[in-house]
Write a protein that binds this ligand. Structure first.
Ligand SMILES: NC(=O)C1=CN([C@@H]2O[C@H](COP(=O)(O)OP(=O)(O)OC[C@H]3O[C@@H](n4cnc5c(N)ncnc54)[C@H](OP(=O)(O)O)[C@@H]3O)[C@@H](O)[C@H]2O)[C@@H](O)CC1
Ligand SMILES: Nc1ncnc2c1ncn2[C@@H]1O[C@H](COP(=O)(O)OP(=O)(O)O)[C@@H](O)[C@H]1O
Ligand SMILES: [K+]
Length: 479
């Protein structure tokens, strides 16, 4: 599934028309789906539909007609001047003898549900004057609001604050990225009959779905043993940071690794899990790490100022490597890419800013661009952590759809490193290991989803998350 911009949606619309699909049919289906979703969420309530003059308003007019056909109590307030399909929808509604009142007449009535069909993807400037005031009135009314496609006004301010948004044909950036996501409330994706060909645009970011990731889960054959399902070497720790490598090691096991070795400075009081092989080292060197049995390495977690040296020692092993935290320095990343080592980097916005010589704020404001730039500049697979996390590699982008703000606590990134390390060790390509790892990590977070949960508790939920994914029990958040 692809994540759309307004412009990409317009092109998809055009493509559908070019290949012969009637746009009026799309609008009618959109209206019917929006009406159904609204009535399911708010049964037996009087509905007030507010329509703009563009196609979003057309969806609202179609929704009103369907609700009328189904015998619901519905009032419509619409702007003047619809053209094309939206005009046809206005006529169709009028033929059902429903009075369409001027938008300027609307006043909030307690107990009604509002259908916001003022503006969708066609908005190209912030709302002002009458429309800005109208949005303010809607938000202050305290009424339940269902938005057709997008809460009107997005991606600008002011905008409607919806309780439910019915995304039409595809999800758009605003449905996924904060702060806009917060204005959408619950999200439903309505399939409106758009020919798949019109929606297939490989240049758009991939939106991670349970179906796509299910297919990536490494098989666990009946004759599996700890030596053939992926062995991970975790390299990190420093006297003042002892927990991070231990968390990564637990997470690697919980994600399915067969064997995990933890290498740490001997003077650091790192306590690896009971199940791990311990490799205390007297200084970071290739010779010290060589005894570890591993197919992949995760390095940098809690390594403090010794992160660069630790990564240098790892480089010589020549194994697929995940660079995190204190191993995330430009020279280090360049060395790994230059050596042709399959490499995943997992910066949070602060670490990404260090690599890009920008600010964490800039990165967080434009995560897709930042991840794409990092992947281009360093020629590695990039996992730019956040809510949501973005993955980039060689011109392609993916956006995660699992995870929640309760995960904003120390150690969550260390857990993610262990998970991706386990999938690299199981033989997945960096792009697949990164996408599956990020998705599963967020899914485990969603199973717990309560503020105050700890990173090691999330790690402990990984097997359950994996089982649900394997058994096809995961529903995406837009259902
Ligand atoms: N994609 C699909 O496949 C399908 C899409 N569908 C639906 O179409 C929607 C997109 O429709 P759209 O392109 O007509 O734009 P829309 O959001 O109605 O707004 C444009 C209108 O607003 C006006 N306007 C703009 N800015 C303004 C401002 N600041 N203040 C005041 N006015 C402003 C602008 O006027 P203008 O700028 O020309 O003066 C124009 O009249 C999409 O979200 C979905 O709901 C479905 O029907 C089925 C299939
Ligand atoms: N609001 C949020 N929504 C979704 N995921 C989040 C959110 N906040 C944090 N996370 C996830 O938690 C992890 C935090 O990683 P990081 O900042 O590196 O933590 P640490 O350095 O303490 O280990 C990342 O995987 C991130 O995507
Ligand atoms: K809308």
């Amino acid at each position: 599934m692809r994540l759309f911009t307004a412009e990409a949606m317009r092109l998809a619309d055009q493509k559908a028309t070019q290949i012969g699909y009637p746009s009026l049919l799309l609008m009618d289906t959109a209206g019917r789906k929006v009406a159904r979703a609204l009535l399911q969420a708010y049964p037996n309530r009087r509905v007030v539909v507010l329509c703009g003059k563009g196609n979003n308003g057309g969806d609202g007019l179609a929704a009103a007609r369907w609700m009328r056909v189904w015998g619901c109590e519905v009032e419509v307030y619409a702007a003047e001047g619809q053209q094309g399909d939206a005009k046809a929808m206005r006529q169709a509604l009028e033929s059902h003898k429903l009075t369409i009142r001027p938008l300027t007449d609307w006043q909030p009535t307690p107990g009604t549900v509002l259908l916001d069909a003022l503006f969708g993807t066609g908005l190209n400037r912030p709302l002002q004057g009458f429309y800005a005031d109208l949005v303010g009135k809607i938000n202050q009314s305290g009424l339940s609001v269902v938005a057709a496609d997008l809460p009107s006004g997005l991606p600008y301010v002011p905008h409607v604050e919806a309780d439910l948004t019915v995304a039409l044909a595809a999800l758009k950036l605003e449905h996924v990225f904060y702060p806009h996501r917060a204005a959408c409330g619950k999200i439903l994706l309505a399939e409106i009959g758009m020919p798949p060909e019109a929606l297939a645009d490989e240049s758009l970011p991939e939106l991670l779905t349970p179906q796509a990731l299910h297919a990536l889960l490494p098989p666990r054959p009946g004759n599996a043993h700890k030596g053939n399902v992926g062995r991970v070497l975790v390299v990190g720790g420093y006297p003042s940071y002892t927990g991070a490598p231990a968390l990564s090691a637990i997470a690697a096991y919980r994600a399915g690794a067969g064997l995990v070795t933890v290498a740490y400075p001997q003077e650091a009081a790192v306590v690896p899990p009971l199940e791990a092989v311990r490799l205390p080292v007297a200084g970071w060197s290739h010779a010290a790490l060589k005894p570890a049995k591993a197919e992949a390495v995760a390095v940098g977690m809690g390594a403090g100022p010794s992160g660069k040296e630790a990564a240098k020692a790892v480089l010589e092993l020549g194994l697929p490597t995940l660079l995190d935290a204190d191993a995330l320095h430009s020279e280090t990343v360049e060395e790994f890419a230059g050596a042709g080592i399959p490499t995943v980097i997992t910066p949070h916005p602060g670490e990404a800013a260090r690599l890009l010589q920008s600010s964490a704020q800039e990165v967080a404001q434009a995560p897709l661009e930042a991840a794409r730039t990092l992947a281009e500049r360093f020629a590695v697979t990039v996992v730019l952590k956040g809510g949501p996390t973005v993955i980039a590699e060689n011109g392609r982008l993916a956006v995660n759809t699992t995870g929640n703000p309760a995960m904003a606590t120390g150690g969550m990134g260390d857990v993610l490193s262990g998970v991706i390390g386990a999938f690299l060790a199981a033989g997945l390509a960096p792009w697949d290991a990164a996408r599956l790892g990020v998705y599963l990590h967020g899914l485990a977070g969603d199973l717990l989803a309560r503020v105050g949960m700890l990173a090691h508790e999330l790690a402990d939920a990984l097997p359950q998350a994996r089982k649900q994914l394997a058994q096809g029990q995961v529903r995406p958040y837009w259902h």
